[in-house]
Ligand binder design. Structure first.
Ligand SMILES: Nc1nc2c(ncn2[C@@H]2O[C@H](COP(=O)(O)OP(=O)(O)O)[C@@H](O)[C@H]2O)c(=O)[nH]1
Ligand SMILES: [Mg+2]
Length: 376
């Protein structure tokens, strides 16, 4: 993964931020709604000529027509339950092993701290968790270690945070847009594809924008996701086309079709962080002309550990982040990164990726997560 643009010099970014919209618009909770009907078919369109390659300049983004045989994505409600066995129990099990020793010596506390840090919990969340555990032990020295740990972990995960996607509600008549950002390889395109499925499962009409224009393959990848669930994908067939113009075309198309949600995939592989930030800033601005993004989702790869926090700080400067999607949680026993990102960024983890399967993206469930850490 290329993260060479990350270190240092964050004040450079401030200038970029200045022109950005303030994100807002809380909508009804997406989560918790159940799927009542099969996904809608894409509405018939009469503007084919306007978006056909022949009628457009070489670089103009074109939309792909959904094919007729579309899949029905899994309903969202039970996904975390199905997938939670994939969260590595390593951290919880190590903590439990220490706690079962009974009254803890200073060495035990040191070991506990080390275990937390090694599991990517991060310094701030580790301090908080240790203090929480000590207070709970003082209050109830005979407490069952598992119950005590569970309560302390849950406190740090913070079940009170609003983790719903702010993308309005079905039938509210508005277009809601989300921009998905993150460094190369973390799982952005996969996440946009999976999120499209989540939304389709919620009976929303969706348009995808392939604003990663570095390689046609990136747009092909998104197109495959869209096609599978009958969601149109606006893309360019020209490598290196202007990402912001693709994003704008996608927003325009979403508006013209009265779609409910626009999801924009972006690139993360610029060598130079200022260039990336400029580009993302421009994408946010042009989409805002049609529908100010109510979600800017940062995708973080759980296996990259603390480096993810550095990435988050940088991306947070281009646009206020509204949520984290933590991918590849199935590939690590260091689930502590969830605690670190929330605590240090103040941005809730809204979804977690727990596999490469099309429906292996679940709304993050704090209690289920803590239970899986503890191997329950
Ligand atoms: N195991 C696992 N793999 C994932 C997950 N999310 C994405 N991936 C894989 O990560 C790789 C990079 O994903 P991609 O979406 O292309 O990343 P991008 O460069 O950020 O757009 C692909 O092989 C995905 O299948 C996840 O939650 N779990
Ligand atoms: Mg991608």
């Amino acid at each position: 993964m290329d993260v060479s643009w990350i270190p240092g010099d964050s004040d450079l970014l401030v200038t970029v931020v200045a022109g950005l919209v303030v994100l807002g618009g809380a909508g009804a909770a997406l989560l918790g709604r159940t799927r009542k009907a099969p996904p809608r078919e894409a509405p018939p369109r009469e503007d084919d000529a306007a978006v056909a390659p022949a009628a457009a300049p070489a670089e103009a983004p074109v939309a792909t027509e959904p094919e007729s045989a579309v899949e029905t994505p899994e309903a969202v409600d039970h996904r975390f339950g199905r997938l939670r066995g994939r969260v590595g129990a390593g951290l919880g099990q190590s903590l439990l092993a220490i706690f079962r020793r009974g009254s803890l010596s200073q060495d035990d506390w040191d070991e506990l701290e080390e275990t937390l840090l090694l599991a990517d919990v991060g310094a701030a969340a580790t301090d908080e968790l240790m203090a929480d555990l000590k207070a709970r032990l003082r209050a109830d020295p005979q407490a069952d270690p598992r119950a005590l740990l569970r309560a302390a972990l849950l406190d740090v995960v913070d079940p009170g945070l609003d983790r719903s996607l702010r993308l309005g509600a079905a039938g509210d008549g508005a277009l809601h847009s989300a921009i998905v950002v993150g460094v190369n390889g973390v799982g952005k395109t996969t996440t946009v594809g999976k999120l499209a499925r989540v939304l389709v499962a919620e009976d929303r009409t969706v348009v995808l924008g392939a604003a990663d224009t570095f390689r046609a393959a990136a747009a092909d990848q998104l197109e495959t996701w869209g096609t599978r669930v009958g969601v149109p994908v606006v893309r360019s067939h020209v490598d290196g086309a202007d990402p912001a113009s693709v994003a704008f075309e996608a927003a325009d198309r979403a508006r013209a079709e009265q779609a409910e949600v626009l999801l924009v995939d972006t690139a993360g592989r610029l060598q130079n962080k200022q260039g990336l930030m400029d580009e993302l800033g421009k994408i946010v601005r042009v989409v805002s002309k049609v529908s100010p993004p109510s979600e800017v989702l940062l995708v973080l790869d759980a296996t990259t550990g603390q480096n993810g926090l550095t990435q988050a700080r940088v991306f947070g400067q281009v646009a206020p982040l509204t949520g984290i999607v933590l991918t590849k949680l199935d590939g690590t026993a260091k689930g502590g990164i969830v605690l670190a990102v929330q605590r240090e960024l103040g941005v809730p983890v809204k979804f977690v990726g727990l596999g490469e399967g099309a429906d292996d993206l679940a709304p993050f469930d704090p209690a289920g997560f803590v239970d899986s850490l503890l191997g329950e």
